[in-house]
Design a protein around this ligand. Structure first.
Ligand code: DC
Length: 653
């Protein structure tokens, strides 16, 4: 666990993010699958603290759960009767787990204890317990009235009058009752006695119950009826869609940092209310594109995002992201109807106000609103506290896109719903320096030095083509067999450990530098299928604090959004001399010294081949700076590149 994470000053965000599974859908599906008759296979389940809490609790009450592969599980439903009649359950800080489980367990005729982290014991559950007591459930508070921890005892259930429940503190109380009541097998009615908040979450609940064969009649948002005789039945196979709340950070990054940023896993077909965050961004002037399974966001065509005054009860979680987006708006902004923020992982209205002020914003707060006036410039090097609240950490990472370094304290709290968040954010926002150029221009050495000076990651993309050629040669795959070599490239068991390059555990650091492998690399690099097979692997190097990528098409194809693009070259004669010296320095016997003009000729032919190929030919992009190293030594070349870097990234030294 690191105490903090320093994000560098960022300027631009663009790229594609595959979202983790939705927390709300994951935990509902797990419980419904557990209560159903039959086996359910759930794919793309979110892997996070909150879902682990639910999985562990279900296993403790005797539900069979088998891991099938990455984020896939088979749940053996208990047909409404948990086999375990006695259990102590630890619910962490997962509201989506403790609320529905309390209701289901209260109707299960067993003896259970539920507790959580200290903050969970400050989060209200009284409205739900009141509802359950109306039908005879025996649920008791073991510390403070109205809050977990709870103890549940077997009881006789009487479903006479409608259950009356408040809907203005958390919609999860209604969700919990709705999901649990079919266990009684009798007609059940619920009346919501207040205004209902966060309605889209109730829609998720009803939608998923229907997939398990139980329909609910609804009169407005006031009255819900579950007809007698309905039981959950497994639908067989289910997929969890991407997390729409998590999507909000990336969409906001696209709207603030130029974009386009695409999130995959949610879209037009989504059942999550938080996709409406994209509409809110659109009203601020962001350009939004919808697909069936993606949403994309880009900055306004010109100017800043517009100031806003919005009612946000329909997107309570994603609305937090708007509070930070307000820092980038062209005037004072107001977020209204967000009272539920006060009873979440932390008091989110207070926490937001405190942290936004640290950045220089003027902030006012009310019981259910927040007003944010953006500062003329954001204050750099602020340490943001996250209050054990994943969304605080994710929201405030966006601040760095204002071109200021920011420190996020306790960044590990994102594990509640999105353990890989900072890698995903880095993949669209970490600065990239692309250094392209022909063989023997010195770019490999220069790129490595620049990466070391900046403390950035380093990608030697040529090594991937060399590894592909070597692996193909070792596997007897002909180097012109496009599909065969592409398969080798896609499954390349390569690892970079410090200076060492490993292929299937074998040290090939020297082997990939052999002349025949270099010639092979240049052949396989001309095959389009090989280039696309290596594409994602190269993109994955984009991580915080940044990346220096060395190759032929880093700036043109792989990282077209690179902040700094350098085309490093030298005359063929100068490069020939460097290569010649290298060969001699490597200890080649003097009777084998090649002719300098043969080396120069060979380099010219290789340049011609790299420049003539149909895909990703070697060429200087219009937006790349030219560094001609013919008259330079390595130190001068490094200094020339660093000067370009400093112009774009003044905070890096
Ligand atoms: O930089 P290098 O000599 O290690 O590259 C080996 C071969 O791979 C070279 O012929 C060009 C090719 N290559 C490429 O096509 N695209 C890249 N991004 C990097 C290398």
């Amino acid at each position: 666990m690191t105490a903090y994470l320093d994000l560098p000053a960022l300027r631009r965000a663009s790229g594609t993010v595959k979202l983790p599974g939705s927390k709300s859908i994951s935990n509902r599906m797990l419980l419904l699958a557990a209560l159903a008759e039959g086996e359910t296979e759930i794919r793309d389940l979110l892997d996070s603290d909150d879902t682990r809490v639910m999985l562990a609790a279900l296993q403790k009450v005797g539900v069979g759960v088998t891991a099938l592969g990455v984020n896939s599980y088979r749940v053996s439903g208990c047909a409404g009767i948990f086999p375990g009649k006695e259990a102590d359950l630890f619910m962490g800080n997962a509201g989506t787990a403790i609320r529905p489980l309390t209701a289901a367990l209260a109707l299960s005729g067993g003896h259970y204890r539920l507790s959580g982290v200290p903050r969970m014991h400050e989060r209200p559950i009284g409205d739900l317990v009141d509802g359950l007591r109306q039908i005879g459930c025996d649920v008791r508070y073991t510390a403070n009235e109205g809050y977990p921890p709870l103890e549940i005892f077997p009881a006789e259930i009487k479903l006479a009058a409608p259950i009356r429940v408040r809907g203005d503190v958390s919609s999860q109380f209604l969700t919990a009752l709705l999901m649990a009541l079919p266990l009684t097998g009798k007609t059940a009615m619920i009346e919501v006695t207040t205004e209902l908040i966060s309605k889209p979450y109730i829609e998720i609940t009803l939608n998923l119950m229907a997939r398990f064969g139980v329909t609910v009649e609804r009169e407005g948002w006031q009255r819900f009826t579950i007809a007698a005789g309905q039981h959950y039945r497994s639908p067989g196979l289910l997929h969890v869609e991407g997390d729409a709340s998590a999507a909000s950070y990336f969409l906001a990054a696209g709207a603030i940092g130029g974009g386009p940023v695409r999130v995959e896993g949610v879209g037009r077909q989504s059942i999550q209310g938080d996709v409406r965050f994209a509409d809110a961004l659109e009203t601020l002037g962001a350009r939004i594109t919808w697909g069936d399974n993606f949403i994309e966001a880009a900055a306004p065509m010109s100017g800043k995002l517009k100031a806003f005054d919005l009612y946000l009860n329909h997107i309570p979680d994603a609305a937090m992201t708007l509070a930070v987006v307000a820092l980038f708006a062209d005037g004072p902004c107001k977020l209204r109807n967000i009272a539920s923020w006060r009873v979440k992982e932390t008091d989110r209205i207070a926490a937001m106000a405190t942290e936004l002020r640290k950045l220089g914003a003027m902030v006012e707060e009310g019981s259910d609103w927040l007003a944010v006036s953006p500062p003329p410039t954001l204050l750099p090097n602020v340490a943001i506290d996250t209050y054990d609240d994943h969304r605080m950490a994710m929201c405030f990472s966006l601040d760095a896109l204002g071109g200021v370094p920011v420190r996020i304290n306790d960044p590990g709290c994102v594990a509640k719903t999105f353990p890989q968040y900072f890698d995903a954010f880095g993949a669209i926002a970490a600065p990239v320096i692309a250094i392209d150029g022909p063989s023997a221009s010195g770019k490999g050495t220069v790129a490595q030095r620049v990466a070391a000076v900046l403390g950035f990651h380093f990608l030697d993309s040529g090594a991937l083509y060399r590894l592909t050629a070597l692996a193909a040669m070792r596997a007897n795959v002909a180097l012109d067999d496009e599909a065969g070599v592409a398969r080798v490239a896609a499954a390349l068991p390569a690892e970079f450990v410090g200076e060492q390059v490993l292929l299937a555990g074998d040290d090939v650091t020297a082997a990939i530098r052999a002349e025949d492998v270099g010639v092979g690399a240049s052949k396989v690099a001309a095959l389009p299928a090989v280039r696309s097979a290596l594409f994602d692997r190269q993109r994955a190097y984009r991580r915080f604090p940044g990346l220096v990528a060395d190759g032929r098409d880093m700036g043109s194809v792989v990282f077209p959004e690179a902040l700094v693009k350098v085309f490093l070259t030298a005359s063929a004669e100068a490069r020939g001399e460097r290569r010649y010296k290298q060969l001699i320095d490597k200890g080649m016997p003097d009777n084998m010294w090649p002719l300098l003009q043969d080396i120069v000729q060979d380099l010219r032919e290789r340049d011609a081949r790299d420049a003539a190929r149909s895909v990703a030919p070697l060429k200087k992009c219009d937006d790349a700076g030219l560094v001609d190293t013919t008259p330079m030594g390595i130190e001068e070349a490094v200094a020339a590149v660093m000067e370009m870097v400093h112009r774009k990234l003044p905070f890096f030294n």
